[in-house]
Design a protein around this ligand. Structure first.
Ligand SMILES: [Cu+2]
Length: 133
């Protein structure tokens, strides 16, 4: 009986090797935008937490033809109707096949853009629009 208890506790405490982050993204992109250079950029939202007013995270990914490990990304949130950005600069982390963009602070409801600039192995830009409720 004691051995069985130990096994159960071990199973409960094992998060597994593939859970290094608290953020989990949908397996399917919410939308795909075309960059200035005509590349397809897929946008993934968090599971159960689509982009909304407050602090958000998204994953951006190209197809396998783009060597993202040789690309740097900077993201600027922008509210075009009111002509202002966000007080917080998003954090960009390279992940397998794409970029996780966290600390995306969208303080007001309305249309926001994530103005994305890629440089390094490629030089490209994309504008990702969200209607924030
Ligand atoms: Cu505003």
């Amino acid at each position: 009986m004691r051995a069985a208890t130990v096994v159960v506790l071990a199973a409960l405490s094992c998060a597994g090797p593939s859970a290094p982050t608290l953020v989990t993204f949908d397996p399917q992109p919410t939308l795909t935008v075309s960059t200035s250079q005509g590349r397809a950029l897929s946008v993934f939202e968090q599971v159960g937490a689509p982009v909304a007013r407050g602090v958000n995270a998204v994953r951006l990914a190209f197809g396998p033809e783009v060597p993202v490990d040789q690309v740097r990304l900077a993201v600027t949130p922008w509210m075009p109707v009111m002509g202002h950005g966000s007080a917080v600069t998003p954090t960009v982390e390279l992940v397998d096949g794409g970029f996780d963009v966290t600390e995306v602070s969208l303080a007001m409801p309305g249309k926001w853009e994530l103005r994305s600039h890629f440089e390094g192995a490629l030089s490209d830009d994309a504008v990702i629009s969200f209607d924030v409720p």
